[in-house]
Ligand binder design. Structure first.
Ligand SMILES: [Zn+2]
Length: 240
C-alpha cells in the first residue's frame, strides 16, 4: 500500500529542517575557524619566544666577551706590576730602559682594553633593556593567548552543545518526513548548499532568482506534488 503524503505538511517540516541546517552550517563554519586561529596565535607566540631567546643569547655573548676582555686586562695589569717590581732589581741602564718601554707598551694595551670594556658596558646595558623588553613581551603575549584560548575553548563547547541540540531537533523533525522527499532535499543541499527548498517570490524562484513558468508557479501553490525549479533544480513552494 502506497503511503499518502501530505506535501504541504512535508514542506512545512522541510522549511524548519532547512532553518536548522542553515544554523548548523553557520556553527560548523565558525567551529572550523578555531584551529586556524589557535595556530596563528601559536606561531605569533613562537616568534616572540625566539625573539626573547635571541636577545637573551646576545646579552650573554656580550657578557662573555666583556669578561674575556677584563681577564685579559687583569693579566696585563699583573704583568705591569711584576715588571715594575723587576725595575728595582735591574742595575743595567739599557735593560732598565727596555723594561720601562715594555711597561709603557703594556699600559697602552690596557688603555685600549679599558675603552673596549667601557664600550661593552654600554652594549650590555642596551642588550639588557632589549632582552627584558622582549621577555616581557613574550610573557604578556603568552598570557593574552592563554586567555584567548580559554575563550575559544568555552565558545567551542557552547557551539558544540548548540550543534547537538540542533541535531536532536533535526532528527525529531526528519523522522516524520517521507524518506523519498528527505532524500531529494539532502541531495540538493549537498549540491547547492544552504538552500534546497526555495520559496517562490512572485513568479521567481527564491533560490536562483530566475522567472518560473506560470504552470510551475501554479503547481508550487497547489502543493500536491514536489515541484522543482527548472533552472536550478531546487524544490520550490509557494503560498497559495
Ligand atoms: Zn531556481
Amino acid at each position: 500500500m502506497k503511503q499518502t503524503v501530505n506535501i504541504k505538511e512535508e514542506i512545512k517540516k522541510l522549511v524548519e529542517v532547512q532553518k536548522l541546517d542553515a544554523e548548523k552550517y553557520d556553527l560548523q563554519s565558525m567551529l572550523e575557524t578555531f584551529p586556524e586561529k589557535i595556530q596563528e596565535m601559536d606561531v605569533l607566540l613562537e616568534a616572540k619566544k625566539n625573539e626573547a631567546q635571541n636577545t637573551g643569547e646576545e646579552l650573554k655573548t656580550l657578557q662573555v666577551l666583556k669578561n674575556e676582555k677584563e681577564t685579559e686586562m687583569q693579566i696585563k695589569e699583573e704583568k705591569i706590576n711584576k715588571h715594575k717590581t723587576d725595575l728595582y732589581k735591574i742595575k743595567n741602564n739599557k735593560e732598565y730602559t727596555a723594561l720601562e718601554q715594555e711597561i709603557k707598551s703594556i699600559e697602552a694595551d690596557v688603555s685600549i682594553l679599558e675603552e673596549e670594556i667601557i664600550g661593552y658596558f654600554d652594549k650590555i646595558e642596551e642588550a639588557r633593556i632589549l632582552s627584558e623588553k622582549n621577555k616581557t613581551a613574550f610573557e604578556m603575549e603568552g598570557k593574552k593567548i592563554e586567555q584567548k584560548k580559554t575563550e575559544i575553548a568555552a565558545e567551542e563547547k557552547e557551539l558544540t552543545e548548540k550543534l547537538i541540540k540542533i541535531d536532536n531537533a533535526r532528527s525529531s523533525l526528519t523522522k516524520d518526513i517521507a524518506p523519498r522527499i528527505l532524500e531529494v532535499y539532502e541531495r540538493i543541499i549537498k549540491n547547492k548548499g544552504r538552500i534546497a527548498l526555495a520559496k517562490v517570490n512572485g513568479d521567481f524562484c527564491g533560490g536562483c532568482n530566475m522567472q518560473l513558468r506560470p504552470q510551475i508557479v501554479n503547481d508550487a501553490k497547489l502543493q500536491k506534488n514536489i515541484v522543482s525549479c527548472e533552472n536550478c533544480g531546487r524544490m520550490i513552494y509557494a503560498q497559495s
